[in-house]
Ligand binder design. Structure first.
Ligand code: ATP
Length: 294
């Protein structure tokens, strides 16, 4: 659900449309919840980004429930281009880490740094342009497929939109609609499958070309073909970008450079798959259960 909040961060201009499309009260509160805390602009806009991320002793509680600690003293580093998978039981704080990285909230204690600079000191709009997200259940606007992809970069040409869709393994299914890229999605348009929505969201991220990626892997099974196409598109997207994945699949954690295991708002284990399998601990138990939702 925090990926919804992250998606909202990217959508401030269009949030009225979004609210009409979704209508979920919970999302309204998430939005209101963070409004006073994070300014919409102002701050530094570095000329380039390496993509090094550093959580230092981060503690956090949601503004609406200040007495409930959600993260407690989290240390987490991502080297430029590194792919880090976060795993852990439901409620461990995985999505909250992702939300702090996209600066939907500021931590009460500790710091989140990008290339050694605190996120608080950076222009939020600048930061949003450098963080791409693909949510488990991506939000699409009630508009055309082309508009939905172009949201990644508003000035993209039709050719660039199509190239992004190809990279996301979406061009083929889009072309099969009689109206192609002009096909409307949402209530008055076509209903897309989960895997198709994800590929649209991937195309949007391809177009945005961010240095940092935050991916929330789908828990629900996609059909085998869609699964393969989504995986392939994600791998292409991750190449060369610092990536944090909230992982639900064994193949993802095996492929990650590093796995961070969370429980109760803390990092309890960290290492690559093989190392963690060699240890007694939560990771091995999670793998033995095949990441079936805890
Ligand atoms: P899941 O795998 O179920 O998505 P998670 O590991 O991603 O879980 P989080 O979503 O980060 O866990 O949630 C951590 C804790 O914070 C939970 O106790 C949750 O109830 C709480 N929480 C999440 N979002 C909010 C919110 N917007 N306001 C208040 N509390 C929240």
């Amino acid at each position: 659900s925090l990926m919804v909040a992250i998606a909202l961060g990217a959508l401030t201009d269009l949030w009225a449309d979004f609210m009409r499309a979704s209508g979920a009260a919970e999302r309204v509160f998430e939005l209101i919840d963070r409004q006073p805390a994070i300014p919409s602009s102002g701050g530094e806009r570095p000329a380039s980004v390496q993509g090094r991320v550093d959580f230092q002793q981060v503690s956090f509680a949601y503004p609406s429930r200040p007495d409930v600690p959600v993260l407690q003293g989290v240390d987490l580093k991502l080297a430029p281009g590194e792919v880090v998978a976060i795993v852990g039981p439901s409620g461990a704080g995985k999505s909250t880490i992702a939300a702090l990285l996209a600066r939907m909230y500021d931590p009460q204690n500790g710091r989140v740094l990008l290339d050694g600079q605190e996120l608080r000191s950076l222009d939020p709009e600048w930061l949003r342009q450098r963080v791409g997200t693909v949510a488990q259940e991506p939000m699409l606007f009630a508009s055309s497929i082309a508009d939905n992809i172009r949201y990644g970069r508003m000035d993209a040409t039709d050719a660039e939109v199509e190239a992004a869709a190809r990279a996301a393994n979406a061009h083929e299914f889009i072309s099969r609609f009689p109206e192609g890229y002009r096909t409307l999605v949402g209530e008055r348009g076509v209903q897309l499958s989960g895997g198709q929505k994800q590929r649209i969201a991937i195309a949007r991220a391809v177009l945005k070309d961010p240095r940092l990626l935050v991916l929330d892997e789908a828990t629900s099974a996609l059909d085998a073909e869609s699964e393969h196409l989504v995986q392939e598109a994600l791998e292409r997207l991750m190449k060369g970008r610092t990536t944090l994945i909230i992982a639900h699949r064994l193949s993802t954690v095996i492929g990650a450079d590093r796995v961070v295991v969370m429980e109760g708002g803390k990092v309890v284990q960290s290492g690559d798959h093989a190392t963690l399998m060699g240890q007694e601990g939560l990771y091995r138990r999670l793998v033995e259960r095949q990441f079936v939702a805890a």
